[in-house]
Write a new protein. Structure first.
Length: 207
């Protein structure tokens, strides 16, 4: 099996939910076509990548789980893998086995500590941590593009697949100029894409 290689070292934990759990459908598509970016929406300070790993394991063990699953959660200090990357998961809201779920690799980027506003002291105090999480997610995304011979156009927003056009990844879709959410002009989403491209072009990936 091909190995995921990161362009820079980020602590990486693999802790798969059990193969027989309801939220791990186990389908293996012939390839992967998309990397689908999300923001978790969990603003509580404690809701980092390790917390989400505990959460998805709790859901996997539940007899009545929320029908949601994804491959990775990333925060400012860790990448956590919950489902093997070649399998499908339920994160892109387009009916259970639509394109985003079937062919997409779901990455949840943590927004723990987000103050609920996009300006002012509280926001400015929080943003550096989020930028560090975006950087780690960009390292991972670039490595996934390489793994499946994809280019930058394979990077998608959850919004792209959600029939109800969910505003996700919300914090990245905010346009600081117009103070509205945007598909094309999300300030931090576009910064994220730039970072993905930079890492994609790093030569000599470390193992
Ligand atoms: Zn989402």
């Amino acid at each position: 099996m091909r190995q995921l290689k990161l362009a820079k070292h980020v602590p990486f934990v693999i802790d798969h939910i059990p193969a027989d759990s309801h939220i791990r459908p186990g389908h293996v598509p012939e390839t992967k076509k998309y990397v689908v970016i999300h923001n978790t929406g969990n603003y509580d300070e404690r809701c980092d990548a390790a917390w989400h790993n505990g959460y998805i394991h709790g859901q996997a063990a539940s007899p009545t789980p929320r029908e949601a699953s994804w491959h990775f959660t990333v925060d400012d200090k860790l990448i956590c893998e919950h489902i093997p990357v070649h399998e499908s998961a339920w994160h892109a809201g387009d009916t259970s086995f639509g394109q985003g779920n079937y062919y997409g690799i779901g990455i949840e980027i943590c927004v723990n500590g987000f103050p609920g506003v996009y300006e002012g002291e509280a926001y400015e105090a929080w943003e550096p941590r989020f930028l560090a999480a975006l950087d780690n997610a960009a390292v991972l995304t670039a490595a996934l593009l390489k793994l499946y011979d994809l280019d930058l156009s394979a990077v998608k927003q959850h919004y792209d697949f959600a029939p109800e056009k969910k505003n996700c990844p919300q914090q990245m879709r905010y346009d600081f100029e117009t103070k509205t959410f945007s598909r094309e002009n999300g300030t931090l989403y576009n910064l994220f894409l730039q970072k993905v491209e930079e890492y994609y072009n790093v030569k000599g990936y470390i193992k």
